[in-house]
Design a binder for this molecule. Structure first.
Ligand code: COI
Length: 369
């Protein structure tokens, strides 16, 4: 008898053009926590995408909310599905939850919930050949009514899933440094994946997009001297001198620990490349041979250029140009060239190879559903 799981992909979606938007699926997973029991409840599958929250919930009023992003892929033959590194996202959600006084979701519960959400929506996992994925969005909230500024009695953990392509696309993208707005305070919530680090960015990233910049980059909030991260993803600078390749990633308390970045750092080490985690000065940007944005939704985005307004600090260096508008730009990929750089291509091929089951998973990153 033919195996019944996983079901084939639905034929109501144009799998060659999945895009990056919300699509309704069969349902999501919920678990609830009450301070009185000190327990997360058994997982429940809920078909209504609208969740039930009290209007006075601190999630809605005080931003007591955190989320995660990870992906599931169909393996070759389309008859198996694997989730990429859910254990890392589970521990990152615990890190974020601590910042916002939400009880930790146990790692096992997180992994079971993610597997259940994928399994119960398996027909929405894109076909292997498309290279697209099922995006998984776990979330935690303070959910019961609470007026005073103290933690409420009840919390909710949900896992939503939906099929997606990659955010930002696959072509080189121009980045703009955010000068007028700081993403997170020096000792604040910058390393937590909480909505409060994202909502204030929306109007700036929208404005930047209209001006031709597909991605925005944040420097450290205290002095605007060091690179923190992109608004949607982590920063990786590539140094290539002859055959020697080094990936440089920011050491900062204000950045989210990107699972994609950590994974490509491992892949880079395995290729025999160096990896340096250290403060990255703005002035170093012209030294990089490539810059990449790394995130679950983004995968690896080749950065065409990085522009800083009202700046005249890098003058005279290779890759640097100054505009009549007082902005300076460091260019990594010239206009007209739509190809990612060599290092981006190598890392992305290997990362996707592992995720899609085309390459041996020697790191143990695939969790089959
Ligand atoms: C992700 O990459 O999973 C994120 O959560 C970033 C978001 C802006 C799409």
């Amino acid at each position: 008898m033919a195996p019944t799981f996983p079901p084939p992909p639905v034929n109501t979606i144009d799998w060659s053009n999945v895009g990056f938007k919300v699509r309704e699926v069969n349902g999501h997973i919920e678990s609830h926590y009450s301070v009185s029991t000190g327990q997360w409840s058994a997982l429940k599958f809920v078909t209504d995408p609208y969740i039930r929250l009290h209007g006075m919930a601190p999630a809605l009023n005080y931003g007591q909310q955190a989320y995660e992003g990870l992906k599931a892929f169909r393996l070759p033959g389309n008859d198996r599905i694997a989730i990429f590194r859910p254990d890392r996202n589970a521990s990152r959600l615990q890190h974020s939850a601590e910042f916002i006084s939400v009880p930790p979701v146990p790692v096992d519960l997180f992994i079971s919930a993610v597997k259940a959400a994928v399994a119960l929506n398996a027909e929405f996992v894109p076909p292997h050949e498309t290279g697209a994925a099922m995006y998984i969005r776990p979330q935690v909230y303070g959910s019961s009514a609470q007026l005073g500024l103290s933690p409420p009695e009840e919390y909710m953990f949900c896992v939503y899933v939906l099929p997606t392509g990659v955010y930002h696309g696959t072509h080189p993208v121009k980045a703009l440094i955010m000068d007028e707005f700081d993403r997170a305070a020096p000792n604040g919530t910058g390393s937590a994946k909480v909505g409060g680090n994202y909502a204030p960015v929306l109007r700036w990233s929208d404005k930047a997009r209209v001006e031709g910049y597909g991605i925005t980059l944040h420097l450290d909030s205290k002095r605007h001297e060091e690179v923190d991260e992109f608004s949607t993803s982590g920063f990786i600078g590539v140094l290539k001198e002859g055959e020697k390749v080094t990936l440089v990633v920011p050491e900062s308390r204000a950045v989210i620990d990107s699972v994609t970045s950590l994974s490509v750092q491992e892949i880079g080490r395995d290729f025999g490349w160096g990896v340096e985690k250290r403060a990255i000065k703005y002035d170093e940007l012209p030294k990089f041979t490539e810059v990449l944005a790394a995130g679950t939704a983004a995968a690896l985005v080749p950065i065409r250029s990085i522009t800083k307004r009202n700046s005249n600090r890098l003058g005279g260096q290779a890759r640097v140009s100054s505009g009549s508008d007082g902005a300076e730009t460091v260019t990594y990929i010239l206009e007209g060239n739509e190809e990612p750089g060599e290092i981006c291509t190598k890392l992305l091929d290997q990362l996707k190879g592992i995720q899609l089951g085309k390459v041996e998973d020697k790191f143990g990153w695939r969790f089959e559903v």
